[in-house]
Design a protein around this ligand. Structure first.
Ligand SMILES: Nc1ncnc2c1ncn2[C@@H]1O[C@H](COP(=O)(O)OP(=O)(O)OP(=O)(O)O)[C@@H](O)[C@H]1O
Length: 164
């Protein structure tokens, strides 16, 4: 067998990675949704006057969601390889991986709102707060805190139920 050169090895590893991406796109409906939304966001970004930071944030959010979906698919494949039978650990692995995707998708929606809202909302509607800016952004902080507290509380209740 001929020895592959360094560059050939590199190209081969790229082709495996692209294969992984294609597999995920072909098999995961959620990945197709992420791609669709990312495509629309990029088209929208083309027509709006976004700053460099906003564009970076947008790309970062998209990459985060896509990467999480790729890891989720990899974990699902490994779990299915190990067992097709019901197993609580299989459930934990898949549920936790799915939670990571949900988190990144929620983050992307919030970033999308932050980036696009005040570019899309007509100017006269933006003056409903004293500063003329979108003070609604600040509302995300208590909302985020509330979500964290609710999830922690539910997890605590479940932990208590399982340990009494
Ligand atoms: N082997 C298993 N044992 C226990 N629970 C499982 C097992 N496989 C799946 N589950 C449960 O079913 C849920 C859905 O699993 P599934 O493999 O269909 O994932 P999915 O997110 O629907 O994947 P896909 O995107 O491929 O449809 C998991 O999140 C988990 O709660």
């Amino acid at each position: 067998m001929t020895q592959l050169s360094g560059i050939q090895k590199l190209l081969k590893s790229f082709s495996y990675a692209i294969e992984g991406m294609m597999h995920t796109l072909n098999t995961q409906r959620n990945m197709r949704i992420h791609f669709g939304v990312a495509f629309l966001a990029m088209i929208l970004a083309l027509f709006l006057d976004l700053s460099k930071t906003e564009i970076i944030l947008l790309f970062f959010s998209i990459v985060l969601v896509v990467a999480a979906e790729l890891f989720n698919t990899a974990i699902e494949a490994v779990v299915d390889l190990v067992t097709r039978d019901y197993h609580p650990l299989a459930k934990t692995a898949k549920d936790v991986a799915a939670a990571a995707v949900l988190l990144t998708a929620g983050h992307a929606v919030i970033v999308g709102f932050f980036v696009f809202a005040d570019k899309i909302v007509p100017l006269h509607l933006r003056h409903w707060d004293a500063t003329g800016g979108m003070a609604v952004y600040v509302a995300f902080i208590p909302l985020g805190l509330l979500v964290l507290l609710l999830i922690s509380w539910r997890a605590y209740l479940r932990f208590k139920r399982n340990h009494t």
